[in-house]
Design a binder for this molecule. Structure first.
Ligand code: ZN
Length: 492
């Protein structure tokens, strides 16, 4: 290894150590923190984050990165340096005053949003949201863009994705998903009553752990805890933790959140430990991360062949609740298509209309001077137009998601892209692995897991999402795979 590169690698490892120590504190805040300790913890995290920021943006580190760009390096090493330099340059564009101003606005907005949501009153959030729109527009100008202002923000979450590409993807969603939903709704007869029976907490917990083990999550390099919002967090591929939540009267909540987070966790546990701290040892992008959770949650976890093996196991924990529920009834029950107002509760088809609405609105924010008040009217109009529901209160409307209160614009599209990538990867895995369905039907997921390791996990950021997709499946992202998957599933 080149001596300069070794110096860079060592630096990156030490940055990752610090970042992961901050991660442990954040994890602990969500999982264990005593009620009155938040203030102290916020201070500790802010101090460490300050040190980390100072180190990663230091002129010396910048010099090292620039000198590396002049050396002949391998593709992987070159790519690591390029991505690190991109982040370095981006961080240095923002003056400390701007960073402080934004974080102050975000914390005000977050509190206002929480209050507005609990009082079901958007007007409480309106002014802080307007301030966030204003500073986010400034952020766009600082970041710079070539085609569309919103591109600058999308790139933060999904590098090299653009409005131009997303417009054509969501045009297909609109054109194909809405007619499919109409057709499926007409023909479905289902009973979901069994999902709303009482499923005791302890048994749900045990069933969740068993599911995680069966999909290949390694408890020797991770653990599961309870938190109010399920999440996965990694401190390096040998320590990847996840959380779940349990509602005794909504069994599906725990089950599919466990499988979803499990998919994220498999990805993190499967990243190359020798590349710790480097882009090549970190997840490709948010949409690729989401593709890994959705593949397990939906393509696998809502399929008949998966539950053929898993349902009898589940019945051991819940013999009464699931007595007499056949595999076909179970599958129909967990795949009901119904229009709703809440994104996180949406079925696999409506989900993407929810995301499309947020995408259209966010695009509008950055191409016009639209203010917070008009966003609410636009929100309600789009829900009526695309999903056919009337939003009667703010809590189930514009206040439902936390992203805007965090000052995050540009994040939502990654959710849909995740499902679309998942369908394409799964189709290719089925093509590559002989008799994959037979294997899944007997609870053997090792070959699928191996396929994901080889084609997705081990590359980290060595390729961008589009290149990775092309390498793994032979073509760049194509919405057709998702449509094929849902058409076969819901009409077949
Ligand atoms: Zn996720």
């Amino acid at each position: 290894m080149n001596a300069q590169y070794k110096l860079y690698f060592d630096k990156m490892k030490s940055f990752a150590d610090l970042a992961n120590a901050i991660g442990v504190l954040s994890w602990d805040s969500e999982v264990n923190l005593p009620q009155l300790s938040h203030h102290l913890r916020a201070q500790q995290i802010a101090t460490l984050s300050g040190y980390l920021h100072k180190e990663t943006t230091s002129p010396d580190f910048g010099k090292l990165l620039k000198s590396l760009t002049k050396l002949p390096l391998s593709h992987k090493h070159k790519r690591n340096v390029t991505l690190t330099l991109k982040e370095y340059d981006r961080d240095r564009k923002f003056k400390t005053d701007f960073v402080i101003a934004k974080s102050t606005l975000v914390s005000k907005a977050y509190h206002a949003w929480a209050m507005a949501k609990s009082k079901n009153d958007f007007s409480i959030f309106e002014k802080p949201l307007n301030d966030l729109l204003k500073i986010s527009r400034e952020e766009v100008e600082i970041l710079g863009y070539s085609a569309h202002p919103y591109d600058a923000l999308i790139d933060l979450y999904e590098p090299e994705m653009t409005v131009n590409k997303l417009d054509s993807i969501f045009a297909e969603v609109k054109a194909q998903m809405i007619p499919l939903i109409k057709q499926v709704k007409k023909n479905q007869t289902t009973n979901t009553a069994f999902l709303k029976l009482k499923y005791p907490k302890d048994d749900q917990w045990k069933a969740g752990i068993e599911l995680l083990k069966s999909i290949g999550y390694d408890f020797n390099r991770g653990r599961q805890d309870i938190s109010s919002h399920p999440f996965t967090i990694s401190f390096g591929s040998d320590d990847v933790r996840l959380t779940t939540r349990i509602d005794e009267y909504d069994f599906s909540n725990m089950t599919w959140s466990c499988i979803h987070e499990g998919g994220h966790a498999l990805y993190e546990q499967g990243l190359d430990p020798h590349e710790y701290g480097l882009p090549s040892g970190s997840a490709t992008s948010l949409s690729i991360h989401e593709s890994q959770s959705r593949l397990w949650e939906n393509n696998m976890g809502r399929s008949k062949v998966f539950w053929k093996y898993q349902l009898p196991k589940l019945k051991k924990y819940f013999p009464q609740q699931l007595a007499g529920v056949t595999l076909a009834q179970f599958i129909n029950g967990i795949n009901v298509i119904t229009p709703g107002k809440i994104r996180t509760e949406a079925d696999e088809l409506h989900y993407h209309l929810h995301v499309m609405i947020r995408y259209e609105i966010e695009k509008e924010i950055f191409q016009s001077k639209i203010n917070a008040k008009d966003l609410k009217a636009l929100w309600n109009e789009y829900y009526k137009k695309y999903i056919g529901v009337t939003i009667k209160n703010d809590r189930e409307g514009i206040l439902q998601d936390v992203h805007w209160a965090h000052g995050s614009f540009g994040y939502f599209p990654t959710y849909s892209l995740g499902s679309f990538y998942a369908a394409q990867f799964f189709a290719k895995a089925k093509e590559d692995i002989t008799n994959l369905n037979e294997k899944i039907a007997i609870g053997d997921y090792t070959l699928l897991h191996q396929w994901l390791k080889t084609h997705i996990y081990k590359h980290g950021k060595t390729y961008n999402a589009e290149q990775l997709c092309k390498k793994a499946t032979g073509s760049t992202l194509d919405f057709k795979f998702f449509m094929d998957y849902v058409t076969e599933k819901y009409k077949g």
